[in-house]
Each structure stands twice: as C-alpha cells, then as structure tokens.
Write a protein that binds this ligand. Sequence first.
Ligand code: PLP
Length: 390
Amino acid sequence: MPSIYLDHAATTVPRPEARDALLQWFDPAVGTGNPSSAHADGQRLRVVVEEARERAAAALSARPQEIVFTSGGTEADNLAVKGLVWAGFERGRRHLVTTAVEHPAVLDAAHWIATHEAVELTVVPPRPDGTVEVEQVLDAVRDDTALVSVMSANNELGAVNDLTALGTALRQHDVPLHTDAVQLYATRAVDVTWVDALALSAHKFGGPVGVGLLYVRRGVPIVPLHHGGGQDRGVRSGTLAAALAAACAAAMVAARADRRRLARHLPDLALRLASGLTAVDGIRRNGPQEATRRLASHVHVSIDGVDGEALTFALDQAGVRVSAGSACASGAQRSSHVLEACGIEADASIRASLGWTTTLADVDRAVEVITEVVTRLRRDAGGGFVRRGA
Ligand code: PLP
C-alpha cells in the first residue's frame, strides 16, 4: 500500500514547472556563469535572476527591486527581524513586538536580538485558537518600537491573522510590520499593501528546498545579515543563485494559478478529514472555527489516551505521513510552544496538512488508518482513557 502524504505544511510536492526551471538552469550548457560576471555567460544568468525577480514581484503585486532572494524562510525571517530592528537603532528605537505562536525562525531571532543587542522584547500571547488579537498587538507598541512581527498564518494550527487592520494602524504609528507568510502562500493570495516585509519559502508551495525570498518595501531601511560581495543592493551578499531563483518564481506562478482550484476543493477535503477524525471519542479539532480565519490546508487535532511518540511511530509504520507532537513538555518529543501558548492540552496531537496533490482517497484512507491506530493504541494501553477537553 503506497504511503499517504499529509504533511504539505512541512514541505509540499515539487511542482513540475519548478523542477523544469531548476533543471534548465542547472544544465552545464546554459547554467554555467556567475550572474555578477560581466561576460556573456554571466549576463545570461543575470537575466534569469532578474526575470525570476520580476515574476516573483508580480505574484505579490510588488516591485522587482523589493524582492531579495534568500536561502529559504528561516533566512528571510532572520533578515527581517534582525535587519529591521538594527535599522531602527538609527532612530533610537530598541523595542520589538512579536507573538508567542511565531515559527522559531522569528521567535528565536527575536530572543537572540533581545539577549545580544539590548533590545526590549514584548511577546503577545495568542487567543486559544492560535489567532492574534490586533488590539493586543497595538497595545504593546511604544514610541520606541522598531518592528512588529506577526505571522500571516500559523504553521501548526493554520490560524490566519488580520494583517490589514494591523498594518493600517501601524502605518499611522510609523512602525514597520514584518509578516511570515510561509504557510499562507500555497492556498491564499498574499497582499503586501499593509506590510513592510514579508517572508516566503519556496518548498512550501512547490519549489525546491533552499530558496525563499524577503519582500522589503521600497524605502524601508534594513541592515544586512551577510557581508560580502554586495549582491542584491548589499542587502544579501552571496552569489546569486539563478537556477534556484528561477525555480522559486516558477513555483510561485504555478501555485498562484492553482489557488482557485484549491479553494474549491481543499476546504471540503479538510472538513471530511476533520469530521472523520472527530467522530472518534476523545479527538478534538484545534484552531479557529471560522473558515476565513483558518487555512484550508491544515487540520490539527488533539487526541486523548494515546502516547504521542507511540502514535507518531505507529502512523508512520502504517504509511500515513503527518506531523505529530505533544503539548506536554516532559515527553521525549519536542513540545509545541504553539499548543502551550494556546493552552491546548492533549496526550498527543496531529497536524495533517493537505496540498495540491491531495485526493479524496488520501483523506478517506487517512481517517481509516488514524482511527484504527488510535483504537489499537488505546486498547494496548488498557482500554479506558481520560478525556481532557470539553
Ligand atoms: N516560517 C514558517 C511559518 C514555517 O512553517 C517554516 C518552515 O516550516 C519556516 C518559517 C522556515 O522555512 P524554511 O524551511 O524555508 O527555512
């Protein structure tokens, strides 16, 4: 029986358009040359990079000069958090606001700069569903706030934040807003109107691992992380990766073109998966109730009466690829800071994430297997279990 891949939020299936672009420009016949070299081979690849930049910018309704290619989401988030806070020092600003549910690429960067650069950090807690209250973020903003960083959508719960309201208010306070949109792009339109910086990662929407980008609004000062050859207007030194940039842009265009189809079909699949799982006693869905506040791709459930590690192992053995974790910090599995911040208690939890290749058959088989595995693990553990949630 082939495995069922429901871990698209961790990394999705490469799109053929991205694969073709990658292979085309990693071919020795046309892919040899440094885009910064003045000779014809270098200039050919320079054109590839600049065309990729134009395509990426168009997909975000941004300008090409606002796109900085990076090695992925982690670098883009680090560049935004550290680079925009450092730039704030010029204006005497040393305060940073972020949220407790950010990906470690933001949260750990924020803690690092707070520890090493005498920056004061305010971490705003989420609502129990993983979304962040705009008013609470605005309450944390001060005259010396250098940056606010709030994710567009949470990677575990799929909770979507209202960045238009936040960005509009922050602009009145002249405080830049960065958002990690890594999880959003595959299924939703990304709008840069009200943000000053926005991070994306290609492998979350069908491009290769190892490339992403940071959108930085024109005129917003940012201090580089890397020093070197001064590529990308000095914001990101390092030889420009033509094949990766081309593949990233190709994936962006393909994913964007596929969103309408996904919007028609993913919510039904996610609902079917969630309904199938929550029909089992002691399984609850987490995250926002309203569809508008939740990514169509994410189904996160808490499961009572099973050991998280045993569940991960058994599901993998049974061929169902999902992300599993526990809300409890004492277990051998890494606890989830997101579930803890949201106050979600469970013996085990699963994030099943759907993507552009997910079918009805995948979902139905996953419900069957997860139900079987949970029932078996509970039976092996002695039958009865304590229901934690309401
Ligand atoms: N931000 C979010 C919300 C993510 O989900 C991830 C990856 O899981 C990252 C950042 C890091 O991206 P990358 O894997 O490209 O470094």
